[in-house]
Design a binder for this molecule. Structure first.
Ligand code: BG6
Length: 523
């Protein structure tokens, strides 16, 4: 039974009733998207850039160059991008004047990296904008390319002089590279890619993207923890029983079987997004909200996590794969029946992992982290479950026990924070029940209409890497998940498919968490 909810009337501070002046605006720059013919450019990057311009967050001295194989003119590319922006969930309506303002900044170069003239053509375009600009104009390259060519792309950007190495972060004009995920497919490949990249570029020029870090509520986690004084004193093993981090999706593998069959849920969701959420939840307060300080603290958490090995995997991890079922009342196929999936595929589409953080703050507090496709509901959340009261002096009705306090940070959808606690039911008897105090972003601020990519692109344009992954973080995360991936690859599951599409995952996951006297929350 879900707890009754208390609507808390919100009174926003004065500052919030009028529009806020932006604290940052992009530097003058040319953004070049390599691989601009793909989905990412249409669905995420161009809508994000358009919205930044619409909100006045791009510098007037800004151009974006799409580079792809298709034979298109500047105008042809603009038309395609306009269509994409009109279709984008976040935007929809595009006023003519704003579009014209944006369109004149969009350009196109045809070709790809196998073409020896390609980088010369990109260089010529970039140089032309820089001449016209007459001021120090940065260069931002976005690798929207297949992961197998990230290393080669960085080598070519460097050898052609498009992105020179800059040891001094203050050097101007700057040159930076954003690298999409996945960054490597194992610890070894991630290390090799870091070596290739860092031979050519300084760490501060490299922006390894994890779109989760650009989500509003993920950043809010830091504000919640460190801009309030009531949470930090109880954010530790004395008061917290365990933490549950859930990323449940209702979608299946969609058209990505080629990638997903190789990746599976642990590489796809745990190595990046979920370990980032865990690190933000568990880290010590950084001395400043700056890239190095925040990333130092996050990497310390990852290094403190007890390694999971082939010998201990059964105590620390369970896996699953969806079978046929129904989502929102509509029948859906099982994973093995999806297009381009092997009929006896052993790729996990669900995993639940128990992480133990071996430090003073978290000793003995399990972090249960789970993610799955085709689950009952789309929900990403972090639930902090506090200890039960040490002694219960109130009489309970038979069959009812106290619920522990839970603080839930809802990452998506219905972004917000809720706190569950016990109160007295009105009446002459002293009886208790659980209630929920709820803060919803939508109610308080109206819809948050900007995407994670906007935040992240703008940060790269101002040189702020706080919400990007550093090389040591990426490797520390791979070091944690690699043994799980390998142990599972070495021993084929006998029970796949083991959960019905539209359920909360395999039954073994319930027994798994019950060992610590806990139960999965239903988000
Ligand atoms: C991506 C994964 O990184 O994140 C996808 O490759 C997953 O498999 C997606 O669906 C989830 O992102 P979001 O923002 O929809 O929660």
């Amino acid at each position: 039974m879900s707890a009754p909810s208390l609507e808390i009337p919100l009174r926003l501070s004065e500052a919030m009733t009028s529009p806020l002046e932006p604290l940052k605006r992009g530097d003058p720059c040319t953004a070049v998207i390599l691989g601009a013919g793909g989905d990412l450019t249409r669905r995420k990057l161009m809508p994000a850039l358009y919205h930044l311009l619409h909100d006045g967050l791009l510098h007037d001295d800004f151009s974006v160059v799409g580079a792809a194989r298709e034979d298109l003119t500047d105008q042809g590319f603009r038309d395609k991008m306009k269509q994409a922006i009109l279709e984008s969930e976040e935007i929809g309506h595009v006023p003519d004047a704003t579009w014209d303002h944006f369109a004149q900044r969009i350009h196109y170069v045809r070709g790809d990296m196998t073409d020896p003239n390609f980088f010369a053509a990109v260089s010529a375009r970039v140089a032309e904008f820089e001449r016209e600009s007459g001021q120090s104009r940065g260069r931002l390259f976005y690798l929207a390319l297949p992961p197998s060519v990230y290393g080669t792309a960085v080598e070519l950007l460097s050898s052609t002089g498009l992105v020179p190495r800059m040891d001094d972060p203050a050097q101007r004009p700057w040159a930076r590279v954003i690298i999409e995920k996945p960054f490597g497919s194992s610890l070894d490949t991630a290390r090799a890619l870091n070596q290739t990249v860092l031979k050519r570029l300084a760490e501060h020029q490299v922006y390894r993207i994890d779109h989760y870090l650009g989500k509003e509520t993920v950043q809010n986690l830091l504000v919640l923890r460190f801009a309030n004084s009531i949470f930090e004193p109880i954010w530790n093993r004395q008061h917290i029983h365990h933490v549950q981090i859930t990323a449940a999706e209702t979608v299946g593998v969609e058209h990505r079987a080629g990638y997903y069959e190789q990746a599976g849920v642990v590489r796809d969701m745990f190595q990046n997004h979920l370990l980032q959420l865990l690190a933000l939840t568990a880290m010590e307060p950084p001395v400043a909200f700056r890239a190095e300080e925040v990333r130092d603290e996050k990497v310390k958490v990852l290094r403190a996590i007890r390694p999971i090995t082939a010998a201990t995997i059964d105590q620390f991890a369970v896996r699953g794969q969806y079978g046929p079922g129904a989502i929102d009342g509509a029948a859906v196929p099982g994973y093995r029946q999806e297009d381009r999936v092997a009929p006896r595929s052993t790729t996990p589409t669900y995993a639940a992992l128990r992480f133990l953080v071996d430090n003073w703050r978290w000793q003995g507090v399990p972090f249960y982290v789970r993610s799955g496709k085709r689950m009952a509901r789309r929900a990403t959340e972090i639930a902090i479950q506090f200890q039960r009261p040490p002694h219960l002096m109130f009489q309970q009705d038979a069959g009812r026990s106290f619920a522990a306090n839970v603080l839930v940070i809802r990452i998506q959808p219905n972004e917000g924070v809720s706190l569950c606690f016990e109160i007295k039911i009105p009446g002459v008897d002293v009886r208790t029940t659980s209630v929920q105090m709820d803060f919803g972003y939508g109610n308080a601020f109206g819809s948050t209409d900007h995407s994670a990519y906007e935040t992240l692109l703008l940060d790269a344009m101002v040189g702020d890497g706080t919400l990007y992954a550093r090389s040591d973080q990426v490797e520390a995360a791979w070091a944690l998940v690699d043994p799980v991936v390998q142990a599972w690859a070495a021993e084929a599951p006998r029970d796949f498919p083991n959960y019905v599409s539209g359920s909360w995952g395999p039954g073994i996951a319930d027994a798994f968490i019950a060992r610590d006297g806990a139960r999965w929350r239903e988000p």
